[in-house]
Write a protein that binds this ligand. Structure first.
Ligand code: GZL
Length: 354
């Protein structure tokens, strides 16, 4: 039945119907908005509150290792809107020029702070001078920068990589002693991280210093694994094929991160070379991510040297102290530890956050 409609007035029944329809449409719109916010991670923070957020541009090296993934997650959690920050995250995919681009983008966006995890130590003077010129404080995290003027960055936080190397080689000396092998010729296969990265420079120096002190220790080969499992597998496979008929033996593997260690062990498995245990090749690995601790428990890896990646809260606190007008110390070193196949337990692994 069609209702006669007087010009200019909605019949009540139609008005009610329209109100019901409007309420339904509003409910649907709200539900869609909430779903969109949940899906896109858009915050429920109003624009007004957004103005109070501290805007941070973070240039991350890449996602080359389990350590790096844990580091990124820590930064994202600590520099979240709930914590009072607006984070602009850029993954440089292990290319320094991408970090240059990211920093210049952050300058254009006039962020409040720039955080840089530099892929290598050199090549930062110009771009950091641009940030300084723009009046944007720069916090360096993890690896360090080698710059002509330390005023080009505000502060740095990260691990003491030389200390990590010393921990590993002092433990190795004790382990060889325990095995009654301290007088033997010891052949060391050295798997190096990305050349020029602070972690590589100083973990390598830790090994070299120990070799200089122990004339019976020999680095038989240094292979560049670039902190990735794939590259370390490739170069180790090639090396093992080369020494297959030479009788060259390996007593120790000194691998500058866990992902490279996994690649090395895969190549050893394919070559039928045994490792680990109390008699086999001693495997030393850096980072101590959960998956390497599990292989330590299994006896494949003999020593896991920690390199704590959870810098997010440390960086957030540095920014808060700068906001409060404090002047943080130029360099903040965190303390790492190590785990051996002899000491590691399932319970310890369960407690590890990454
Ligand atoms: C160390 C960090 C290194 C890790 C690797 O702090 O720079 O880079 O040891 C990572 O796993 O790729």
């Amino acid at each position: 039945m069609r209702l006669a409609i007087k010009k200019g007035r909605e019949p009540a029944v139609k008005k009610r119907g329209a109100a019901v329809k409007m309420r339904k449409l509003t409910a649907i719109a709200m539900m869609l908005a909430l779903m969109l916010a949940a899906l896109t991670g858009c915050s429920s923070i109003s624009d007004g509150d957004k103005k109070d957020l501290i805007v941070v541009g973070f240039s991350q090296v890449g996602s080359e290792s389990s350590w790096r993934v844990a580091n990124s997650e820590s930064m994202k959690q600590a520099l979240s809107e709930e914590e009072g920050f607006e984070l602009i995250f850029d993954d440089a995919k292990q290319k320094q020029e991408n970090q240059y681009k990211a920093i210049r983008m952050f300058i254009q966006q006039q962020v409040d702070y720039i955080v840089l995890a530099p892929i290598t130590e050199n090549g930062w003077d110009d771009v950091l001078a641009e940030a300084r010129q723009a009046g944007i404080p720069v916090i360096i995290v993890d690896r360090q920068v080698d710059v002509s003027n330390e005023n080009l960055y505000t502060t740095w936080v990260g691990s003491d990589f030389l200390e990590e190397g010393k921990m590993a080689t002092e433990w190795l000396g004790q382990e060889l002693d325990k095995r009654g092998r301290s007088g033997e010729n010891i052949n060391i296969l050295h798997i190096r991280g990305t050349e020029g990265a602070t972690a590589q420079i100083f973990r390598t120096q830790g090994l070299q210093d120990a070799v200089d002190e122990n004339p019976n220790w020999n680095i038989v080969r240094t292979l560049d694994g670039e902190y990735t499992e794939a590259k370390a597998y490739e170069v180790t496979k090639e090396y093992l094929e080369k020494i297959r008929d030479t009788g060259e033996k390996i007593d120790v593997i000194y691998s500058e991160n866990d992902n490279m260690t996994f690649g090395v062990l895969k190549a050893l498995d394919e070559e039928g070379i045994e490792y680990g245990g109390e008699e086999g090749i001693i495997v030393i690995s850096f980072d101590a991510v959960k998956s390497s601790l599990e292989r330590c428990l299994a006896g494949d890896i003999t020593l896991c040297v920690e390199c704590n990646p959870l810098h997010g809260p440390r960086v957030a606190n540095l920014i808060r102290s700068l906001e409060a007008g404090d002047v943080p110390q130029k360099k903040s070193y965190i303390i790492d530890t190590f785990f051996s196949a002899e000491s590691i337990t399932e319970e310890m692994i369960k407690e590890r956050p990454y």
